[in-house]
Design a protein around this ligand. Structure first.
Ligand code: EPZ
Length: 434
């Protein structure tokens, strides 16, 4: 398993480019199931979760071209010959977002067999709201052997009020409703930019969706959707991670190719912490020359402070003067990074859904381990400001959602390198003497 070796202390200076949003690309790729014509998506990030989604679609019989470099991070997906409407456990267990194929499969193929995702490091991650919504649209659902089996001759428009705000639940059912007979009204929907981005793609494919980005979404079902070409929005969480990196290292960093409008809650909070930022079109400049001040956060659905930025903010809070209370309202176990930060010298006390961070605590490099995607990003940030060398293990977690993060960070002055498995000295055969 690859590791990162990071030597802290360098301020990040220059321009760092943001990739396309993983959490917009994943539902957009699933949307290709809804048509027998090719769907071309651009600005696709080169991250592991996209490869997983590609493998999932191919396992169903889709043709998926996925090109980077000169291919401009583009994928072309053709679901003309979908033979196997199934998302197998082996794939779903590695990426919960695989459940995004459930709604499209029932809508297009009249049936779906999708493994229940099971929990992950940050929580139970149920999909009961996806299932209840599909039943509201007339699907017959059975659960057995760890799988959801869903069937519908044709889904019928209905009225769905989500018990809880769910991002992929909103996306899954919005996709299902595009091919239902009649009108669907969904209320208490997620308002994340990724939901709006998916609706824009679906409408380009011939769907009739209104209200995406608000808590009430209305969908007029149509008989068929066509192919489309669409460019995915920038990744607001990657952008936010880099903005924090610039602040934390006392740098002067331009985070480019992002959408500052999607960063409102974070930029407002950083202003409270004394961090100077300046937005300009598709970039944010962050200047970390002021001392950091403590400020509380409470994670909320968009447009509130994003849960996906909580771990990264905690790393910043360890360097702020004073106590910051971090409250996690979305997931039940999203403080795994706190215990690794403490091993680096941070002062963090976790009490249920709250963590109290007392700063400023000088951090020292240590051997640490990743547990989930955003916790891993938090450890990278801490290592950038820690005294000495940090070795971060299991960086495949980082690779799930950040495209070549070590190259991007090195490009703005970080001392970071990726190493393969470190073999204990004794197992390495001695060099033959000349
Ligand atoms: C999406 O996950 C994101 N993933 C997550 O990003 C993000 O943390 C999360 O939204 C919250 O913003 C993708 O978009 C692929 P939810 P999702 O359904 O949709 C409960 C990352 O780091 N819930 O909005 O799975 C759930 O347990 C990932 O990129 C139910 O109870 O999250 C949670 O407490 C991590 N029943 C809350 O709702 C359901 O049927 C919000 O979950 C569905 C969800």
């Amino acid at each position: 398993m690859d590791k990162f070796v990071i030597r802290g202390g360098n301020p990040l200076l220059g321009t760092i480019r943001v990739s396309g949003a993983k959490n917009a690309a994943l539902p957009a790729m699933a949307a290709a199931i809804l048509t027998d014509e090719p769907v071309i998506l651009e600005n696709i990030p080169d991250v592991r979760d996209i490869q997983t989604e590609r493998n999932l679609l191919v396992s169903m019989g889709a043709e998926v071209e996925l090109g980077y470099g000169r291919a401009h991070h583009r994928t072309t997906i053709s679901c003309k010959n979908l033979l196997n409407p199934e998302a197998a456990y082996e794939l779903v267990k590695t990426m919960r977002a695989s459940t995004l194929v459930l709604g499209p499969l029932v809508a297009r193929m009249k049936r779906a067999r999708v493994s229940l995702p099971g929990g992950c490091a940050i929580g139970a991650r149920p999909i009961d709201l996806h299932i209840k919504g599909l039943e509201k649209l007339g699907a017959i659902i059975a659960q057995e052997h760890g799988y959801i089996e869903a069937r519908a001759e044709r889904l019928q428009g209905g009225h769905i009020i989500f018990d809880k705000i769910t991002v992929t639940g909103t996306e899954d059912l919005m996709m299902a409703a595009t091919l239902a007979e009649g009108e669907t009204l969904m209320e208490n929907c997620a308002r994340e930019p990724e939901v709006s981005d998916l609706a824009a793609l679906l409408n380009k494919m011939g769907a009739r969706i209104e209200g995406a980005g608000t808590s009430a979404i209305r969908i007029q079902g149509v008989d068929k959707l066509r192919g489309a070409r669409y460019r995915i929005i920038p990744d607001r969480i990657e952008a936010g991670t880099f903005v924090i990196a610039g602040a934390l290292t006392g740098g002067d960093l331009i985070v480019s190719n992002c959408e500052p409008r999607h960063l409102g809650a974070l930029l407002q909070k950083l202003d409270e912490c004394g961090v100077k930022t300046k937005t300009n079109g598709d970039s944010v400049r962050v200047m970390g020359d002021n001392p950091l001040m403590a400020a509380d956060i409470s994670t909320e659905e968009y447009p509130g402070f994003p849960t996906d930025m909580q771990a990264q903010y905690m790393a910043l809070a360890t360097q702020a003067e004073g106590s910051s209370v971090v409250t996690e309202n979305i997931f039940e176990n999203r403080f795994m990074h706190a215990y690794e930060l403490v091993r680096m010298g941070a002062n963090v006390k976790v009490e249920g859904s709250r963590a109290v961070v007392r700063g400023r605590s000088p951090l020292s490099g240590a051997a640490v381990q990743c547990s989930d995607l955003r916790a891993s990003a938090s450890l990278v940030l801490a290592a950038l400001v820690a005294e000495g060398e940090t070795i971060i293990d299991r960086v495949y977690h980082v690779d799930r959602g950040y495209e070549r993060i070590e190259e991007k960070l090195r490009g703005v002055g970080a001392q970071i390198r990726r190493i393969g498995e470190i073999l204990p000295r004794k197992t390495v055969a001695p060099l033959a003497t000349a």
